[in-house]
Design a protein around this ligand. Structure first.
Ligand code: PMP
Length: 451
């Protein structure tokens, strides 16, 4: 990229520290600056068109440029641009959205609680679990178990829950009392000759061993994404969630379903909880709740969590938690309209209808000489590249990612896995376009490697 002195790329380099970016590399190479979006496409400041096969960050379910969301935001902004929900205040978008989410919940839920990001929702879940244990007179029951490669965010507690080295290294995390159990990635973690069923049993046994080692009276909750997203799109093997939940029940451990990616249709059901038969006590929602047109997240909690929390707040005098923009009226109005679009256009039906095509074309790439494994469900998937002499783990993915971007396909490199999670409005032709570009990128990469 040639950068003019006062271009937006140059000013970005000069003034802007980016998330999840090597800051020194950015000073040298600059950023790709996106200017506008329409449907499943985005355009950079030079007018180049990309098919956005990641829906931003797994999140723009209804696609870019949806005017109904623009109008919902403008209407609410004009009427009441801001109000809060502290100290017994409410406004209709927050009430309407809470009612809607409770009605949509795939398992009985009592209350919705609003935050602004997935990280904040998961931090709040941790604090609710701690508060609940104190309310129940079990102050020792505070430990929370997450999974290696799970992704739950970056704030202090949620980064601790996240089971990825880059979120811990140099940040002095995880916090004490947040523990990690095995990752259900069969191909990577199976032992020699271990069947999938035996692997599932071992995952459950390792969870049980951890609970017993720590003392069941000290373990309060387990958090998991129905399908792991940012850890590399890891789809649990058959029977995994059933086996895990059996252990949680046995030791009175709450289940938190992190639906931040799976929620609102991604797996072919409205929630991943339904796809995998989860019975969570807490669900955390974000991303596709508003198609990321506005920052908003929510927790749904059942009575098992709500009742002690309500009692404790009554005893102390308040539930001492909350952020200024929680349940923001503009964000809530946009989320409501977004959910209406998902329902009216049956986008979950579209995910189900296109999933066989999407998954079969992804699976076909597994046969490419550079690939080792394709994984996915619904309209989410990843292709992992085979380790190769001369390349450290995690070096191949970004190289293929660069070729894809050059060809106008936006994916996401997670180590050596390339993830796909397109807007749920995608058409069959556009699914083919994604995989045609993916295949062409793999072929190009192979030519470069052979040269
Ligand atoms: N949970 C999951 C499953 C996620 O994928 C993410 C974000 N990728 C988060 C939590 C954190 O959300 P946020 O980036 O909005 O804090």
């Amino acid at each position: 990229m040639t950068v003019q002195p006062n271009s937006i790329e140059a000013r970005d380099k000069a003034y802007h520290l980016h998330s999840y970016t090597n800051a020194r590399a950015l000073e040298r190479d600059g950023a790709l600056v996106i200017d506008r979006g329409e449907g499943v496409y985005v355009y950079d400041v030079n007018g180049k068109k990309y098919i956005e096969a990641m829906a931003g960050l797994w999140s723009v379910g209804v696609g870019f440029g949806e005017q109904r969301l623009v109008e919902a935001a403008a209407t609410q902004m004009a009427k009441l641009p801001y109000y809060h929900t502290f100290t017994a205040r409410a406004h209709s978008p927050s009430v309407d959205l809470a009612e809607k989410l409770i009605a949509m919940a795939p398992v009985p839920m009592s209350k919705a609680y609003f935050t602004n990001s997935g990280s904040e929702a998961n931090d709040t879940a941790v604090k609710m679990v701690w508060y609940r244990s104190n309310a129940l007179g079990k102050p020792e029951k505070k430990k929370i178990i997450s999974r290696i490669k799970g992704y739950h965010g970056v704030t202090v507690a949620s980064a601790s829950l996240t089971g990825l080295p880059n979120n811990h290294r140099s940040f002095d995390l995880p916090l004490p009392g947040i523990l990690h159990t095995s990752c259900p990635h069969y191909r990577v973690f199976k032992t020699d000759g271990e069947t999938e069923a035996a692997f599932v049993e071992r995952c459950a046994k390792e969870l049980e061993d951890l609970i017993l080692k720590e003392g069941p009276e000290t373990v309060a909750a387990f958090i998991g994404e129905p399908v792991m997203g940012a850890g590399g799109v890891i789809v649990p093997p058959a029977g995994y969630w059933e086996a895990i939940q059996k252990v949680l029940k046995k030791y009175d451990v709450l289940l938190i379903a992190d639906e931040v990616i799976c929620g609102f249709g991604r797996t072919g059901e409205m929630f991943g909880t339904t796809t995998y038969g989860l019975q969570p006590d807490i669900m955390t929602l974000s991303k596709q709740i508003s198609s990321s047109y506005q920052p908003i997240s929510a927790l749904l909690i059942n009575d098992n969590v709500y009742a002690p929390l309500a009692d404790e707040s009554n005893k102390i005098g308040t539930f001492g938690h909350g952020v200024t923009a929680a349940g923001h009226p503009v964000a809530a109005a946009v989320a409501l309209e977004n959910i209406a679009i998902i329902e009216e256009r049956d986008l979950v039906g579209n995910v189900r209808a296109l999933a066989p095509k999407f998954q079969s074309r992804l699976k076909a790439l597994e046969g490419h000489p550079l690939a080792i494994e394709a994984r996915g469900v619904g309209l989410i998937g990843a292709l992992e590249l085979k380790p190769r002499d001369g390349f450290a783990a995690g070096q191949l993915g970004p190289k293929l990612f660069a070729i894809m971007t050059e060809k106008g396909l936006i994916s996401r490199a997670i180590g050596d896995s390339l993830a796909l999670c397109p807007p749920m409005i995608i058409t069959e032709q556009q699914v083919d376009d994604i995989f045609d570009l993916f295949e062409a990128s793999l072929d190009e990469f192979q030519r470069q490697l052979n040269a």
